[in-house]
Design a protein around this ligand. Structure first.
Ligand SMILES: Nc1ncnc2c1ncn2[C@@H]1O[C@H](COP(=O)(O)OP(=O)(O)OP(=O)(O)O)[C@@H](O)[C@H]1O
Ligand SMILES: [Mg+2]
Length: 251
């Protein structure tokens, strides 16, 4: 087994990266895939969304102190590497290390043998933590909120991926752009259509509907399938997991 490593990115904040990492990860595990999700954001929202606060060991210790990757089991086939506010210090530490951009790649080499998928929840920036994730990854999911201005900063991410592909990670590819928080208003639908027109063929067919239950689940430290498996959010992430599996089979 060698995992497909996927970074969930957008330097814009609040677009649904963390919600998607948690719920796509859980949905893949329910499809009998072995999944590890990694919290790479000092805000540690992913860890909090699984009910974990102030973990004893977190990703910082693995990145900056050479500790073993701390994995916590959440449910069958579903593990988490937590983060903590400590991680904000990692940016400075990594920047002063000549190998600072490659540490996550190195750390994940042996972990990859134990999983089918590793999903990395990136912070809302394109700094050294996100670069570590992109250099360690095979694929990228660009999470895009169906909101005005959402389309604007996207080119920056694509340019960065192209640059990385030239040299630092020639295997990197976009798995898809994920449109989130869609609803039936003409406004949001037209934004989703614009994204599809501009980025033809790169946008997931599955879109994640705006669904307050997703926010409620995170706030109570649960994934959507454990919180309310019948809601729209659970259905959407289940569809996304199937689409991801199908896409990777065809590559
Ligand atoms: N489909 C959805 N419907 C309704 N609310 C959602 C949906 N997806 C995410 N949210 C809510 O929107 C907020 C932002 O989502 P999330 O934390 O996943 O974004 P993010 O991109 O990880 O943010 P950051 O950039 O700060 O890390 C959260 O309160 C979350 O619960
Ligand atoms: Mg987040």
């Amino acid at each position: 087994m060698s995992a497909t490593i996927i970074s969930m990115v957008n330097h814009k904040g609040g677009v649904g990266k963390t919600t998607s990492t948690l719920n796509l990860g859980k949905a893949l595990s329910l499809q009998k895939k072995k999944v590890l999700i990694i919290d790479l954001d000092p805000q540690s929202n992913l860890s909090q969304s699984t009910g974990i606060e102030e973990p004893e060991k977190n990703i910082y210790h693995a990145l900056c102190e050479g500790a073993e990757l701390p994995t916590l089991n959440l449910s069958t086939n579903f593990d988490l590497v937590p983060a903590d506010l400590d991680l904000s210090e990692a940016e400075l530490r990594l920047q002063s290390d000549v190998n600072g951009y490659f540490i996550l790649k190195k750390i994940l080499k042996s972990a990859a043998e134990n999983y089918d998928f590793i999903l990395i929840d990136c912070p809302p920036s394109l700094g050294i933590l996100t670069l570590n994730a992109l250099i360690a990854s095979h694929r990228v999911v660009v999470v895009v909120q169906s909101e005005y201005l959402a389309v604007k900063g996207l080119q920056t991410i694509f340019n960065l991926i192209e640059k990385l592909k030239e040299n630092l990670n020639t295997d990197l590819d976009i798995l898809g752009m994920l449109i989130t928080q869609i609803n039936r208003t003409v406004f949001r639908t037209s934004i989703a259509n614009t994204v599809r027109e501009i980025y033809q063929g790169k946008v997931f067919e599955t879109m994640i509907r705006a669904n307050i239950t997703l926010a409620e689940a995170s706030a109570s430290g649960k994934d959507i399938f454990s919180f309310d498996a019948t809601c729209a959010g659970a259905k959407d992430y289940q569809d996304l997991a199937k689409e991801v599996i199908k896409l990777l089979k065809n590559k």
